[in-house]
Ligand binder design. Structure first.
Ligand code: ZN
Length: 349
């Protein structure tokens, strides 16, 4: 039997967010962003969430325990000597715990597999041809190490080695837009729709609902629409929004309004050698604007026979402790050009 625990993820873009498709051009935009293939509404793919959060968890872990880890050779010697080179047996043994130079402060950091955790446990695996027993000690031709296959990061997000692959304990859904900011004559408002909210709301084609309901007409960007009455959306504090700024638009319009209010920027490619602008190097990029609220989920699987696996509760705490990196390092591309930062709201448990 395996058990599943689902946590909702709510995120707010604090910069425009660019998660590119790599090479498609739509109209005048050169660098397009990932969209849902059916609704055409932009989204952040679950694979981007998993990749960034894996890196942030490894960053947080290594920065907290680097000074507490023993020398890698001590681990190798012990596992060769007492466990026939089977590092996984060493990690599950009573001996394991005594190898810490000093104990980590937090339970999730004390997990025995973390004795050999490295920053290279995130990112592309440079030693995927290694066998699991030797993975923590292996290096590739460029002297780079890869996923260790034993620490909380590798177990939570998965790894694939020559003789053992592990799916990981976490599955990230895509992050979809829940509330999207648009300019109106009354200031910035956040639009959403019945489908985005997963709610039945009675609303006519080409009409919108506001919290007051008496504006008669209101512009959403360049589109002027009739206000047909009040909505009863409240309880939006958890999204850092106010109910008075929420507007409901019909499902038939939401994609069009979002797509015509994306951030579009023109940039110049700089030649890295001369430091000057490249010839004909002007390009445009679209992005999801600052202030957009996303939602999605992460599922945690507790697999059977997983007595060597970290506890799911510890993985949620590890995710909570590393989510602040989204506010400084962000997600997606062009993070050096002021794109990509976001805030994960609320706690996972
Ligand atoms: Zn690892």
């Amino acid at each position: 039997m395996s058990t599943v625990k689902i946590n909702r993820i709510i995120a707010m873009a604090t910069d425009p967010i660019y998660v590119g498709t790599g090479g498609f051009t739509i109209g005048r935009v050169d660098n397009t962003i990932v969209r849902d293939p059916i609704t055409r509404i932009p989204k952040i793919p679950g694979s981007s969430m998993a990749g960034t959060w894996r890196y942030y968890m490894a960053l947080e872990l290594v920065s907290q325990i680097k000074e507490k880890q023993p020398h890698l050779n001590d681990i190798k010697n012990e596992s060769d000597k007492s466990f026939d080179g089977k590092i996984n047996q060493f990690i599950q043994s009573d001996k394991c715990d005594s190898f810490w130079k000093t104990k980590a402060d937090k339970e999730w950091q004390k997990y025995c597999g973390n004795l050999i955790a490295k920053i290279s446990c995130a990112g592309q695996d440079e030693t995927s041809q290694a066998n699991i027993e030797n993975a923590p000690f292996e290096k590739n031709k460029e002297n780079k190490s890869g996923h260790c296959g034993h620490c909380i990061v590798c177990k939570a997000f998965g790894f694939s080695k020559n003789d053992l692959s592990n799916q990981g304990m976490l599955f990230f859904s895509d992050l979809s837009i829940l509330f999207f900011p648009v300019y109106t004559r009354l200031g910035t408002k956040w639009i959403t729709s019945p489908k985005l909210l997963n709610k039945e709301i009675d609303i006519a084609e080409n009409q919108i609902k506001t919290s007051k309901g008496d504006e008669r007409h209101l512009n959403l960007g360049w589109l002027n629409l009739e206000v047909s009455g009040k909505h009863n959306i409240s309880d939006v504090e958890k999204y850092k929004l106010e109910a008075k700024n929420i507007i409901i638009v019909p499902d038939s319009l939401i994609s069009q309004i979002i797509n015509s209010n994306l951030e579009v920027r023109t940039s110049v490619s700089i030649d890295p050698i001369t430091g000057a602008a490249k010839d004909k190097a002007l390009f445009t990029s679209e992005a999801i604007p600052r202030g957009t609220i996303f939602c999605g989920e992460v599922r945690g699987f507790n697999r059977e026979g997983g007595n060597s696996l970290p506890k799911l509760g510890d993985i949620w705490r590890a995710l909570n402790d590393s989510k602040q990196y989204y506010q400084s390092l962000g997600i997606g591309g062009m993070t050096t050009r002021g794109f990509g930062r976001m805030e994960i709201l609320g706690e996972l448990s």
